[in-house]
Design a protein around this ligand. Structure first.
Ligand code: SAM
Ligand code: FES
Length: 351
């Protein structure tokens, strides 16, 4: 059996580690430089210097759920609620298209105002008007029938973080009535229907342990998502977790590198939350193995209201400014924004 000199070397060559090796990597900064270097080399081998852009449209902050960490949770009476109309959503897409976006991500709270019929109408209109674009939905837990209807209307990607793969931890982050079992059921339904599926979790969420993170990685190995979104948990004063500390830049970057090395082909965003905890967070995320950024296409008048966590960045800019700002940031980190649809690459795509 081949022996490896270091744990990062083993991860780079085999794309897997034992639980105890992962535990060593996660708990010390000793291997970070080697991890970042290997992760960047691997992303460059597969995705070159390309960074894909996704235009994020946060179309409603109404939510029936009460996740303890989230600023737009139902019971936050301080949240000023808003909804975008079908026409407003379409005009965000029109503006986005002219700025070079070929993926639209429609994200929102679980808002029953948007019935399945209405979501299908919106998706169908976007699909008809922008046939060369990918339509991503991120609207939470729905029935298999609903997911299938959205897919048939023209949606082709779905983002749903599993949040934590540990049942006990899940219960500490969510009220009774929400379950890890249903979250997982949704993810497997989405995959079976044919969506390019994204999952992920928050880094440094309250009560999270190293063992929890290892379980998250094992769950992702089982699910095999096309996209993996992680970002630091960030405290919000109007939630039950107001006294808990935010996650750290260091652990988030370390995990981005580990994810790149475990899932070489995955689409991994440098998230807004990462840019919120550190002014250079997204650039550092790209250098650690991330290959996607998600500029905001929502109308500036509503952006501040989609406050999942405090001090969220990009809330004052126009879409074009946000796009330009990210273009410069990506460039300064040593990469290049590409405006094609940016599908996940498979092993067979690489010769
Ligand atoms: N309702 C959809 C859902 O549940 O997937 C999409 C919206 S939800 C607000 C999007 C993501 O925001 C969640 O999956 C969660 O990981 C993240 N999020 C919520 N509150 C957060 C916080 N305080 N800090 C960092 N991320 C947070
Ligand atoms: Fe949105 Fe910088 S990325 S303003």
């Amino acid at each position: 059996m081949k022996t490896f000199e270091t744990i990062p070397e083993k991860l780079t060559l085999t794309h897997d580690l034992s639980d105890s090796e992962l535990s060593v990597l996660l708990q010390s900064d000793k291997n970070d430089a080697a991890l970042f270097k290997s992760a960047d080399a691997l992303r460059r081998k597969i995705y070159k210097d390309e960074v894909y852009i996704r235009g994020l449209i946060e179309f409603t902050n109404y939510c029936r759920n009460n996740c303890y960490y989230c600023g737009i949770r139902h019971d936050n009476k301080n949240a000023e609620r808003y909804r975008l109309s079908k026409e407003e959503i379409l005009s965000c897409c029109t503006e986005g298209y002219s700025l070079g976006f070929r993926t639209f991500v429609l994200q929102g709270g679980e808002d029953e105002y948007y019935t399945d019929k209405l979501i299908c109408e919106i998706v169908y209109r976007i699909r008809s008007q922008f046939p060369d674009c990918a339509i991503t939905l991120s609207i939470g837990e729905k029935s298999r029938e609903s997911y299938k209807a959205f897919f048939d209307a023209g949606a082709n990607r779905y983002l749903l973080r599993h949040e934590t793969a540990d049942e006990k931890h899940y219960k500490k982050l969510h009220p009774p009535g929400m379950s890890l079992e249903n979250r997982k059921r949704c993810l497997y339904d989405l995959k079976e229907i044919g969506y390019q599926t994204g999952s992920g979790f928050m880094v440094g969420s309250p009560f999270q342990t190293t063992e929890n993170i290892i379980r998250d990685l094992r769950f992702l190995q089982e699910l095999k998502p096309d996209m993996i979104g992680i970002g630091p948990f960030i405290t919000h004063q109007d939630t039950p977790f107001k006294s808990y500390k935010s996650g750290t830049l260091e652990l988030t970057l370390r995990l981005i590198s580990i994810l790149r090395l475990m899932f070489p082909y995955a689409l991994i965003p440098a998230t807004t939350a990462l840019g919120t905890i550190n002014p250079k967070g997204r650039e550092l995320g790209l250098k650690s193995g991330a290959n996607v950024v998600m500029p905001n296409l929502s109308p500036p008048s509503v952006r501040k209201k989609y406050e999942l966590y405090e001090n969220k960045i990009c809330t004052g800019e126009e879409a074009a400014q946000c796009r330009g700002c990210l273009e410069n940031r990506v460039k300064s980190a040593g990469y290049r924004i590409v405006t094609d649809i940016g599908n996940v690459k498979r092993e067979t795509d690489i010769c």
